[in-house]
Design a protein around this ligand. Structure first.
Ligand code: SF4
Ligand code: SF4
Length: 228
């Protein structure tokens, strides 16, 4: 069973916005989003990415709290409040497995971290898997991400490749100066700014920072055929 092709970020954005509009018209909302809101890694990842999409930070690099009179924080909280209204009420008590179970149950839509949910749905709930697709999350105003690899230092351990949730990395077919086939950013446009690659690289080869000029944030999501 082939996974439906990845829509470009702009198309995914439109589709999600359509879901939001449609759900706002329906009372009660019939298919809720599966975005965890508890104190879990999954929550931190999508909420953190959402904040970064707005350029909203609660603290600066020196550790000073930057919440007061911060328009970006206000904007992201407004958006977050709206999104939270589409989530299942028990999302605040979810753990890291809940979003996958939610999607596979066939009762929910729109989760983060779709690869494992897709793999399990294909095995256990093919009727759900056949309605899944994945693509970009709605763009934010703050900008896409620059992912820079110091390829000459890369020892091709593959950690970044395995930790990246959105397939940004690939191996080069030519060796670097130290004889390894280094990693490069094959799909930088997919980056959601989660910083996992930055944290995991044992040789400090990777830098991730917001792009200064263009706008938008993409993140992996899986949707169950949109809102009904
Ligand atoms: S920051 Fe996250 S999404 Fe971006 S390349 Fe690194 S691991 Fe992938
Ligand atoms: S984690 Fe660092 S050293 Fe390992 S493959 Fe990625 S860039 Fe290269």
């Amino acid at each position: 069973m082939p996974l439906q092709s990845i829509p470009p970020a702009s198309l995914a954005t439109k589709r999600i916005q359509r879901m939001l509009r449609k759900d706002m018209r329906s009372e009660p909302v019939r298919i809720r989003f599966g975005l965890p809101l508890g104190n879990t890694t999954d929550t931190n990842q999508w909420v953190g990415a959402l904040f970064l999409a707005y350029g909203a930070q609660l603290m600066d690099a020196k550790g000073n709290i930057t919440v007061k009179n911060n328009d970006k924080v206000k904007q992201v909280l407004e958006y977050g409040k709206k999104i939270a209204g589409f989530c299942t009420p028990d999302a605040q008590a979810w753990d890291d497995a809940s979003n996958n179970k939610w999607l596979i149950s066939g009762n929910g839509s729109l989760i983060f971290n779709p690869p494992s949910a897709w793999a399990v749905a294909k095995r256990d709930a093919p009727q759900v898997a056949e309605k899944c697709w994945f693509g970009g999350f709605p763009k934010g105003p703050a900008g896409r991400w620059d992912v820079v690899i110091g390829e000459d230092m890369c020892k091709a351990c593959g950690f970044c490749l395995s930790v990246c949730p959105v397939d940004v990395f690939a191996y080069r077919k030519a060796p670097n100066k130290i004889g390894w086939f280094p990693m490069y950013t094959a799909h930088e446009e997919n980056c959601v700014g989660c910083m996992l690659c930055y944290q995991i690289c044992p040789d400090f080869c990777i830098d991730v920072s917001p792009k200064a000029t263009t706008s938008g944030l993409t993140a992996a999501v899986a949707l169950r055929g949109g809102a009904r």
